[in-house]
Design a protein around this ligand. Structure first.
Ligand code: ARG
Ligand code: ASP
Length: 711
């Protein structure tokens, strides 16, 4: 990795907050318009977000509560990532219809598959309500009093607005509580699966390539939004009709060239760009390394068993992906922060902040901020560490985590209404079927031995869950746990559920797995959570003031609020990067790279025969780049984070170039410190998406509904 000298880094620090960084509020985009147009944009801020006419925002949705999607036809056709649709693709998959392995394509609307529980949310309008929310509030008042006033104000404003809108009203803090915006949302709950490629395409490279460039993942899936006859949200019904958006995205076949302006429009979940140095250091050098170390040990165990047995590989695929995604990202965060001097840059900035605070009398609120941050983060550290062990070492022991589901059943008394017990039993039966389908006890036993050993080694006896202190010998304890707990046996769990009577509760309460779970929860409830929340309340105040201070210190600078799962625009250029001396990454990959990576023996690198055929014939049609190859993915210097998956990346004319799905590993620190030289987002090229839909799947019915701009 490129290692900038400390001095260069510090000199750069003076301007590091500009240049590419920023997740902008769509309704305020007029302040960025000039810069965007200077970078090449040919449309206006008003084309992106407007209340007076249709605009690009009408095509963007929050998909399934965690990703972004975009509408690409007048019939509610929606694109998002394969990994965003994964859950629903999996739910429709069975041995007979294995859509994960083989893909799925609805050749007409009658074949589309309803997805219960899946919804999409459109933002209809946003309003700045800062003054109303902060009415009568000031920074000198008691924090509790301040929060009470704010909550009252928010309730009143929402009630007022709700009176004359059909939309769902909410108010969210921006700039760490210095500003507030009201959001009018509309949620559609009839969303159907229309198509997805086989995992060999949609997840090509799998966890091996995850977070890494060069990348060749065809990470897309297709859904359709349905509405009632008036275009309003309605629960699933055969009578519903495709939703007609005020606007759908046009698709460009021109592709993205180095240096081209590009922007991403979507729902980034969470960033923390305004933390003090001590917090960044804690995250990157204390918390993340613990989680990485623990998860790495678990992943080693998974890998070993997964390599030996095909069934186990499938059973642990999703768990592996889940643990592995954070594991790899946090490793990248630590590396990135340290190599690129993230903490030092923050310290350097803090020195100038301190000078500013001392510069005038009316800045008294800011003088002690940094000192207080140091103190509060020091206080917070042991609690965060405890929480990290609890969630990563404790609750990754599957039998203990699973037992936790039965905690409520274990509290049933003679007074609990039978209906409620029945409901509990029904949902536990489902949880239990899902659990045992993907459970392999030898893995869990080894994870338990390893995690408990780590837990005991690193957490002091007076500050850990009580059950740990009763363990004399980890191996013996684990043996006992799996021999005695009913949660190791599906038969015993079924027996409990089939013949449940309140008199069985005594036995349930003595179950060692459930006891371990309760011991961890009690520890969290009594010794971790109260202190942690109290410190976090203090920190929220410090963070709000620090943010405000920074804005006062640099009144000319355009600040962007941290991501908070609301709609944002981020922009930059299509470009590659140099992660290391002598290493130069081109901004795009092609189908050639898929063939280079091909390895029939490695699950992540199996290439679909049909794709190979198309490659051999160079049968790319109008989806080929002008260089004749099939482009698969590309990088850009656009600031993105989790939740931006599935977001459209658009060109200077606001046409769809691709779907954002990941970031490059060297720049995953961008959630804490954004560095325009190395932070890159990764998108799948829309031409590859269309090629797969058209040439690979033959779903021309879908292509025909889209608006495709050829030149
Ligand atoms: N790293 C990406 C994100 O954070 C993609 C994760 C899904 N892909 C995977 N191979 N696990 O969500
Ligand atoms: N892969 C992430 C997502 O699913 C995007 C990112 O973290 O860059 O939202």
């Amino acid at each position: 990795m490129k290692k900038t000298s400390l001095l260069t880094a510090l000199l750069l620090a003076a301007s590091w907050a500009f240049a590419g960084e920023g997740m902008w509020i769509p309704m305020l985009l007029q302040y960025n318009e000039k810069e965007m147009q200077e970078m090449g944009m040919r449309i206006t801020a008003d084309d992106i977000y407007s209340l007076n006419h249709s605009s690009l925002k009408d095509a963007i949705v929050l998909f399934g509560g965690g990703c972004t999607g975009e509408i690409v036809s007048d019939y509610g056709l929606l694109l998002t990532n394969h990994h965003c649709g994964y859950d629903h693709i999996q739910k429709h998959s069975s041995v007979e219809h294995d859509y994960l392995t083989n893909g799925f394509w609805a050749m007409d609307r009658s074949q589309e598959l309803p997805c219960p529980g899946l919804s999409v949310i459109f933002l209809r309008e946003m309003r700045d309500v800062t003054q109303k929310v902060l009415y009568n509030v000031n920074d000198d008042m008691e924090e509790k009093e301040r929060q009470r006033l704010i909550n009252d104000n928010i309730k009143r404003i929402i009630a007022e607005v709700e009176k004359d809108t059909p939309y769902k009203v909410s108010i969210k803090p921006y700039f760490l509580g210095n500003e507030y915006y009201l959001l009018l949302n509309e949620e559609y709950t009839d969303v159907r699966l229309v198509g997805c490629p086989p995992s060999n395409i949609g997840k090509f490279g799998g966890d091996t390539d995850n977070w890494v460039w060069p990348r060749h993942t065809g990470d897309f899936s297709i859904f359709r939004v349905y509405a009632d006859k008036n275009g309003r949200p309605a629960d699933y019904s055969a009578d519903n009709v495709p939703y007609k958006p005020a606007k759908h995205l046009d698709i460009s076949l021109k592709g993205a060239e180095e240096g081209d302006f590009a922007f991403v429009f979507g729902y980034p979940a969470r960033t923390s760009e305004y933390l003090p140095a001590i917090a960044v250091n804690q995250e990157a050098n204390v918390i993340d390394p613990i989680a990485v170390d623990l998860r790495g040990k678990i992943l080693d165990i998974y890998n070993r068993y997964q390599e030996q047995d095909r069934k186990v590989r499938i059973q642990y695929a999703s768990k592996h992906a889940g643990l592995g995604n954070g594991w790899k990202k946090w490793m990248g965060v630590t590396e990135g922060i340290n190599h690129f001097h993230g903490v030092e840059k923050k310290r350097f900035y803090e020195e100038s902040f301190q000078q500013w605070a001392l510069g005038a009398r009316n800045r008294y609120l800011y003088i002690d901020l940094l000192k207080q941050f140091d103190q509060k983060y020091k206080e917070l550290e042991p609690y965060r560490v405890a929480y990290t062990y609890l969630s990563n070492a404790g609750l990754n022991i599957e039998i203990i985590d699973f037992a936790g589901n039965f905690n409520r059943l274990a509290q049933v008394t003679a007074d609990t209404p039978q209906e409620e017990v029945d409901r509990m039993i029904a949902s536990l039966r489902q949880a239990s079927n899902e659990f045992f389908k993907d459970y392999y006890q030898p893995i869990d036993e080894e994870v338990a031995r390893t995690m408990l050993t780590e837990y005991l080694k690193h957490q002091p006896a007076d500050f850990r869950p009580g059950f740990l202190n009763e363990i004399n010998n980890v191996s013996q304890y684990v043996e006992h746990l799996f021999a005695k707990s009913i949660f190791a046996s599906q038969e015993k769990v079924n027996d409990l559920l089939d013949n449940f009577k309140p008199n069985k509760i005594k036995k349930l309460q003595k179950d060692p797995a459930l006891q371990a779970y309760q011991s961890m929860m009690n520890f969290y409830r009594d010794e971790v959570n109260p202190q942690m929340s109290a410190i976090n309340t203090d920190l929220a105040r410090l963070q709000r003031l620090y943010m405000k201070g920074q804005m006062l210190m640099e009144p000319e600078k355009r600040f962007s609020p941290d991501a908070n799962f609301t709609l944002r625009v981020t922009y930059g250029k299509v470009e590659g990067f140099k992660p290391q001396d002598g290493k130069n990454y081109r901004h795009f990959t092609t189908l050639e790279g898929i063939m280079e990576k091909e390895n029939p023996d490695i699950y992540d690198y199996v290439v679909e025969p049909k794709l190979k055929q198309l490659y051999n014939r160079k049968d790319y049609g109008r989806y080929a780049d002008k260089d004749g190859t099939m482009h698969v993915a590309f990088t850009a210097s656009v600031h993105t984070t989790g939740g931006n998956s599935g977001s459209p990346i658009l060109n200077a004319d606001g046409q769809l170039l691709g779907l954002n799905f990941d970031r490059c590993w060297e720049g995953t620190m961008s959630d804490l410190v954004y560095d325009p030289d190395i932070c890159r987002n990764i998108s799948v090229d829309i031409r590859y998406v269309l090629f797969i839909i058209d040439k690979f799947a033959g779903a021309t019915n879908l292509i025909n509904e889209m608006t495709i701009i050829e030149n």
